[in-house]
Design a protein around this ligand. Structure first.
Ligand code: SF4
Length: 346
């Protein structure tokens, strides 16, 4: 829902301000799907809202649930027919997180990523970003909460389609709305933004949201290899990224999540692991850096996942070097909803 448009409508029609809070609570917190159902509003106001304000700025094209029922992917059609995807995942029982998109497509074209292959379409508006979360609140209310009263929906990760720091002004505004107690009311610590390494925005992120989480899609600790697979590295190489992460840590003292997708014979050798450990140690706060190893989800670019055995060996080398590391199970691979698989396919 476009909160700015709603505020303007309330102001211009001389409607008392307390009505604004009533509407925002009903739609954003209680996940009401129609203004006509907000019983504490006068019928005339409900009718105006119904005519003037859209609750979701997209249509749901498909909804897929993974076999283990721990990932649900929605394909959304925007008003200009562009497609985006968003995924609801349950990393542990009773806990759900939304992975949301910040752009339709992506300009960075990482060679292993389905979104990158599609190219860039456009930035998403604040409303299009926050409404993905609203859509999941509605879905949870209707489909999951009735079966589980302990369910918690507390985390939002900007790891869907697009590079969040290349749509920074809208992403920034969306985080402000998502964490505003009068609007979506998520905790700052429940928000994570993942970047492929747009270094000039990392400092601004630390200044603006010192409590939120930063994740780096690193995947390579060697400049030549990283530049081959991730063209962002040609602009912001590993030395610049290292410096930005040092500055981030000195400002925020928050743990950084390092995402590393393991691809067979591409970035999974002993040498790759040692280079990664060296890179992290040079940032100087290895204890504040947490590596998540994720086996690649094949999407047919001639790239394959590293074997479980190689993945374990890679982890062991990092551990021996003093790096904090976890092997993360990628959820939703069977519905193409896992890391790197979001392509906005019809
Ligand atoms: S991995 Fe992220 S930054 Fe790279 S192309 Fe995909 S969406 Fe864009």
């Amino acid at each position: 829902m476009d909160n700015k448009k709603l505020e303007k409508l309330i102001l211009e029609n001389g409607i008392p301000k307390y009505r604004l809070s009533q509407i925002q609570k009903a739609i954003l917190i209680d996940a009401q799907e129609s203004f006509l159902n907000i019983s504490n509003l006068p019928l005339e106001l409900r009718t105006i809202l119904n005519k003037e304000i859209e609750i979701l700025p997209f249509k749901i094209k498909t909804l897929l649930v993974s076999k283990d029922e721990r990932a649900i992917k929605a394909l959304l059609v925007l008003k200009d027919e562009n497609l985006i995807e968003t995924v609801l995942i349950s990393p542990k029982p009773d806990v759900w997180s939304a992975c949301i998109s910040s752009q339709a497509g992506c300009a960075l074209g990482c060679l292993f990523c389905a979104t990158g292959k599609e190219g860039f379409k456009r930035d998403l508006t604040v409303d299009e970003i926050t409404s993905q979360v609203l859509f999941w609140r509605q879905y949870i209310k209707n489909n999951l909460a009735p079966k589980n009263e302990n369910l918690k929906f507390e985390n939002i990760v900007y790891m869907g389609m697009g590079e969040p720091f290349l749509n920074w002004e809208n992403v920034k505004e969306s985080i402000i709305e998502l964490t505003d107690p009068k609007l979506f009311n998520f905790r700052n610590r429940g928000i994570a933004v993942s970047t492929a390494g747009v270094v000039d925005k990392i400092e601004d992120f630390a200044d603006t949201f010192p409590q939120a989480n930063l994740a780096i899609s690193l995947h390579f600790a060697d400049n030549a290899k990283r530049s081959e697979f991730m063209k962002i590295n040609k602009l912001h190489d590993l030395n610049k990224l290292k410096l930005a992460l040092k500055n981030y840590l000195s400002k925020s003292n928050r743990r950084i999540f390092i995402e590393y997708i393991l691809m067979d014979k591409v970035n999974d050798t002993k040498e790759d692991a040692l280079k990664l450990a060296k890179f992290l140690k040079e940032i100087n706060s290895a204890k504040l850096l947490h590596v998540n190893l994720i086996r690649y989800n094949s999407i047919g670019f001639g790239l394959n996942p590293s074997s479980p055995n190689t993945t374990q060996k890679f982890k062991d080398i990092l551990k021996k070097e003093g790096v904090t590391v976890t092997i993360r199970k990628s959820l939703g691979a069977d519905i193409s909803g896992a890391c790197g698989q979001l392509a906005g396919e019809k």
